[in-house]
Design a protein around this ligand. Structure first.
Ligand SMILES: Nc1nc2c(ncn2[C@@H]2O[C@H](COP(=O)(O)OP(=O)(O)OP(=O)(O)O)[C@@H](O)[C@H]2O)c(=O)[nH]1
Ligand SMILES: [Mg+2]
Length: 305
């Protein structure tokens, strides 16, 4: 990263021990960096779980339970709560963080952090990807959870960073899912009907199975009292063991890298478009010359980074 902060150095210092301060600084650096600054992948792969779904489905409560479950099992877990800063979800993250920090309280090897990313889907996904890379580089975690709220393309871009995409919904939302054919459901690896203490959970689970139309585990949880969370954790671990054993992981990660390239490209194009807009505000701004200059600049940057 070309920022004033030496991320590699911070990670090295984190690994020497001494709390979370170095990691926190490194994460702040990537949070503020443009998405085309790519933290290189390093260290052995860590299971990255993307938790997503409609607002209020119980993602944070469920993640809190996972923190407790993994913590009790002696596993180390990092959680990134991604706030796409849309008007719809603004402010959600603070409450999330409080809920999850309650679960994390007093537990060693648990790191919870919110990532307040601004901008396009590409920008948010870029910052999240870099944060995940940092956490992986720490070699300090067994699981990395990314929680993101249902928010269209941003949700999909962020979830696609995960090795396992967990879609959380609630009883009664089975029909809405059917309309989501080209959406998040398409990339989900596991579905959870949370709030199973409410009526209709089994029916929603059946509707989901039909709507998805492929072999994807559909689980039921009641995160508030912790029911079903152990089964979920076992399913997550089983998937990770399988991915690691059957050779699919490198394939999956390669696909993830390809979508990263798209994220970086998207961020670049947007930046160029913004610049073009600025310049045309000048008197008699010459659009064609501007575009040519931007493309030349982009090409030079691509060549050198
Ligand atoms: N009845 C019931 N309520 C639940 C359950 N899990 C979560 N809740 C409640 O649902 C509300 C939303 O929970 P959150 O965990 O904040 O949901 P979220 O999906 O993280 O919400 P956003 O991040 O705002 O999208 C809270 O009031 C929880 O206490 C459950 O299993 N049963
Ligand atoms: Mg939440």
């Amino acid at each position: 990263l070309s920022a004033t902060v030496d991320v590699a150095e911070l990670i090295a210092r984190h690994r020497e021990g001494g709390g979370w301060a170095h990691l926190a600084r490194a994460l702040t650096a990537v949070e503020n960096a443009p998405p085309w600054e790519v933290v290189p992948a390093s260290g052995p792969p860590t299971h990255v779980v993307g938790v997503t779904g409609p607002p209020g489905a119980g993602k944070s409560t469920l993640t809190g339970r996972l923190i407790e479950g993994y913590g009790d099992a002696g596993a180390r877990i990092a959680v990134l709560a991604v706030d796409p800063s849309s008007p719809l979800t603004g402010g959600a993250v603070l409450g999330d963080r409080i809920r999850m920090e309650e679960s994390a309280q007093g537990r060693e090897g648990v790191y919870v952090r919110s990532l307040a990313s601004r901008g396009s889907a590409g920008a948010v996904a870029g910052a999240t990807r870099n944060a995940v890379r940092l956490l992986e580089a720490c070699e300090d975690f067994d699981v990395i959870v990314i929680e993101t709220v249902g928010a269209g393309q941003t949700e999909i871009s962020v979830a696609s960073l995960a090795d396992t995409v967990l879609f959380v919904t609630v009883p009664g939302l089975g029909d809405g899912v059917q309309a989501d054919k080209a959406g998040i459901i398409e990339v989900a690896d596991m579905l959870v009907v949370n709030k199973a203490d409410r009526p209709g959970a089994a029916q929603t689970a059946r509707d989901l199975r039909v709507a998805v139309g492929r072999a994807v585990p559909v689980l039921q949880t009641a995160a508030l009292d912790g029911q079903g969370v152990d089964v979920l954790r076992e399913a997550l671990d089983a998937r990770w063991t399988e991915l690691s054993a059957d050779g699919r992981l490198p394939e999956l990660r390669a696909a993830r890298e390809a979508s990263e390239a798209a994220v970086v490209a998207e961020a670049w194009v947007r930046r160029c478009a913004e610049r073009a807009r600025d310049v045309t505000e000048e008197p008699a701004g010459d659009m064609r010359a501007t575009v040519q200059r931007i493309l030349r600049e982009a090409a030079e940057t691509w060549r050198t980074t």
